[in-house]
Design a protein around this ligand. Structure first.
Ligand code: PLP
Length: 434
């Protein structure tokens, strides 16, 4: 499979190059040259295949022979080595729990797959590699854990000061060793802007071998398709109709992977992009006018994105056709008050504890279902409630315990360097680090 740059389709690279470079010329995102189709027999009989086999078939076409099959199978087994259950919340809404991985976030899946691919591709390099990543909360921890202790790879994480939760902050600042956390006086968009600027800076790129681990990297984006298949495998056990799939969205990598799987043949009745007050995409779907905004701080802070990078991929998937996009996706924007009420109500009615991102999805799904009687579906549960204790405890008036697996982490010291949202400060840090 070749991947072309969405800003310059003349630039075509293989999976290895796209994984190592992260993005193409002009900060363009890579996109697969063709959309490989699933076999009908496979999709209709997912229950006959193991999860590993499903994941392998999902990924194989995108990688070809660039990673030997037995190594790819190992990478995949490590990527999905925790449970991903589909749980019923109400009669019409289930949740795919993607938060049983090492950092209790769905991003563990993409980050684990990517770190292992990168490590495979770089094993014969004699230069140290620096993975540079901006996080609005969960990416940082997942990437840090994915790469922690890997030889010859440094990870530099930029996160917005005071906008991530205590568990999240610990997950990205307490590891140390090859993991460097930078606390930025600014928003997630500022962090992402600094990262993008660094990738185009000649001086830094001469001195450092830089790569990204944001969801713009295809090795993080593509494996997210896997769990849509694993969800469908479970869905098919009790349901005949294709599900409505609702994805809490920030940078739109997750829903974009679901849409890709759908265009390859995964049955889905409809997709819902569930957003918080950062409503650029819901507004676009209403007005056909894509207007990036400054990110607003909300309770669901991993979705505080004012200019979602992966949206260009979604447009490409739909051939830049607004009509066909609108047929397949609806967008909803849910404010903090509705988010809190949803957590309270769902706990009261169904004894299920949602965290703010999944609550945004639940509220969006309810709205869609009330407008579309007879339909059913599932939301993606992208994080564990313990990562957002303030909001959850306030909403349900019950204390949520930190799982034992996090006790040691919470006791560790936070190690960060604070910088302003200023490229010069980042430049100095990166050059001094080496
Ligand atoms: C990152 C994140 C999202 C948003 O995912 P995107 O792929 O950026 O749309 C949603 N929920 C949680 C908990 C996240 O960490």
């Amino acid at each position: 499979m070749k991947y072309y740059n969405l800003k310059d389709s003349q630039e075509k690279v293989d999976f290895r190059t796209a994984t190592i470079k992260g993005q193409g010329k002009d900060k363009g995102l890579f996109f697969p040259e063709s959309i490989p189709q699933f076999e009908k027999e496979f999709i209709q009989n997912l229950h006959q295949y193991s999860d590993e086999e499903i994941a392998y078939r999902c990924m194989k076409d995108f990688i070809g022979d660039e990673i030997p099959s037995e190594i790819l199978r190992e990478i995949i087994a490590e990527t999905i080595s925790f449970e991903i259950p589909l749980q019923k919340i109400s009669d019409r809404i289930s949740i795919l729990e993607l938060f049983h991985g090492p950092t209790l976030a769905f991003k563990d899946i993409g980050a684990r797959f990517m770190s292992r691919c990168l490590s495979y591709f770089l094993k014969d390099q004699d230069r140290k590699v620096t993975v540079l990543v901006a996080t609005s909360g969960d990416t940082g921890g997942a990437v840090a854990h994915g790469f922690y202790g890997l030889p010859d790879i440094d990870v530099v994480i930029l996160y917005p000061k005071n906008r991530v939760s205590p568990v999240q902050e610990k997950q990205l600042t307490a590891l140390g060793e090859n993991i460097f956390a930078l606390e930025v006086n600014g928003s997630f968009d500022d962090c992402q802007g600094l990262v993008k600027q660094t990738f185009t800076n000649e001086e830094i790129n001469k001195k450092l071998f830089l790569t990204s681990a944001n969801s713009i990297n295809i090795a993080r984006w593509l494996p997210q398709q896997i769990y849509y298949l694993l969800a469908l495998k479970q869905w098919q056990k009790s349901e005949k109709e294709a599900p409505v799939i609702c994805v809490p969205s920030g940078n739109f990598g997750n829903i974009c992977a679901g849409l890709l799987a759908h265009l390859r043949g995964l049955p889905a009745e409809h997709f819902i992009a569930a957003c918080n007050a950062n409503d650029v995409v819901p507004e676009y779907l209403k007005t056909q006018n894509f207007k990036p905004k400054k990110a607003l701080a909300t309770l669901s802070n991993a979705m505080d994105v004012g200019d979602p990078s992966n949206f260009v991929r979604i447009m490409e998937l739909f051939g830049q056709n607004f009509g066909s996009l609108k047929n397949k996706i609806s967008g909803y924007s849910v404010n903090d008050e509705e988010t809190m009420n949803t957590i309270t109500e769902v706990h009261k009615k169904y004894k299920y504890i949602l965290e703010p991102h999944s609550a945004v999805a639940f509220a969006s799904m309810e709205q869609y279902l009330s407008e579309n009687p007879g339909k059913k579906g599932f939301i993606l549960g992208t994080a564990h409630p313990v990562k957002f204790p303030d909001a959850v405890e306030k909403a349900i008036k019950v204390k949520i315990e930190i799982p034992e697996s996090l006790n040691d982490l919470m006791k560790k010291e936070k190690k960060t360097v604070e910088i302003n949202s200023d490229f010069e400060e980042l430049r100095r840090f990166l050059l001094d680090k080496n």
